[in-house]
Design a protein around this ligand. Sequence first.
Ligand code: DLL
Length: 464
Amino acid sequence: MGIQTRGKSSAAVKKKSVVRKSAPRRAAGAYKFDAAAETMPRAEIARLQLRRLKTSLKNAYDNVPFHRRRMKALGFEPGDLKHLDDLAGLPFTLKTDLRDHYPFGMFARPRTEVVRLHASSGTTGKPTVVGYTAKDIATWADLMARSMACAGSRPGDVIHNAYGYGLFTGGLGAHYGAERLGATVVPMSGGSTERQIVLITDFGARVLCATPSYALAIAEVAEKEGVDLRRSKLEIGIFGAEPWSEAMRREVEARLGLKAVDIYGLSEIMGPGVACECVEAQAGLHGWEDHFLFEVIDPDSGKAVKDGEAGELVISTLTKEALPMIRYRTRDITRLSTERCACGRTHVRIKRITGRNDDMLIIRGVNVYPSQIEAVLVGLPDVAPHYQLVVERKGTLDHLTVEVEMVPNIVPTPELRKVVGAAVQHHIKSIIGVTADVLVKEPGEIPRSMGKAVRVRDLRPKLN
Ligand code: DLL
């Protein structure tokens, strides 16, 4: 059922709706819509969560010294958990805890049972490493397939996967999910935009998986090349891995002629597929509560916010084997809604993530901490430890410029600046994985601060 849009206006293209008004129906083919799991009454979800949480806490207690030590210090044993609310008595887990136990110290299974590793940016030079047992990979594939079906994809679709393959969880996460769904996956990864456009068109992709900013970049390049992707078979975009706005949703929907659906996840918890919007409502992401427990806290006090209020999302895993997480502080700001959804699913909705409460930047899908850049700079002999990161939106993509200074005792000739700039750029790319322009300034030119140094000038338009 492709979009037949030849000769139609963009309004007509938009009208070509893929929304199924009724409750999600049982899909044919490999993937079966699991009504029992997805429309479970909320009281039943809570009972399942309590049962699974006990098992998950026991897994952490028995197998991860870090968790056992902390529970013991409180005189708490997994069997003491009687109600879901009791979880609030346990301490949070932070990204730095993963770093402090680098690389495998938080794993609850011997390395030989870990079939896959992924990694995301840590706050300094060391990445955050996550591991999966074969069962974890199967659960992830199931949840990604569930998310993709929720987003309107179905068995038999061609799914063009432009999330990056590699240590980033986006590529392989979407890949396994698409296969599990019973779709035909095109493992394109990011980059080679012209080629993406050719293959989307020639292979008849119905679904595009990408970061929203890259989806817009694909639209832009296609327009420049005179290819109207609104006339392609694309109907669904499954976009995530970075914050985006309703305005951006409208734009990408109009330019690609599809329904753009938000997907959320993070490596520490699993990867993409922790939560996903339904195509029916496009109004918040269903967080899969049979596998995760969601809390929203006031980031300052650490206490739960009132129902429906905004705060920081905290997630505990209920079924992970290799890397159980207890009260992981995501730093993502959002609200939860348990209001009934038009699609019939009962799982909580995580409202659009509006930002983060730490200094992590997401540049074209790559997580970047200023402290990581700093770690690179201090390792370079001619560069002073003064820097600023300037983030701008150029066209549809985020662009990072790193402003650095040479050390004062060197005469910064234009040639030397060029060499130093290239070295900084190379190290940032190879260590952090992000492409940045580097501007080498005169000694003393980077503004000095009287208090907290201003490391980031984020000039991107604010999200609504
Ligand atoms: O970005 C996993 C992912 C891949 C999600 C593909 C969706 C699609 P990390 O690299 O560990 O994992 O980055 C996780 O990205 O804490 C958020 O700050 C941000 N993020 C992810 N999805 C969204 C979204 C993947 N839909 C961090 N909206 C998270 C806003 C998002 N921010």
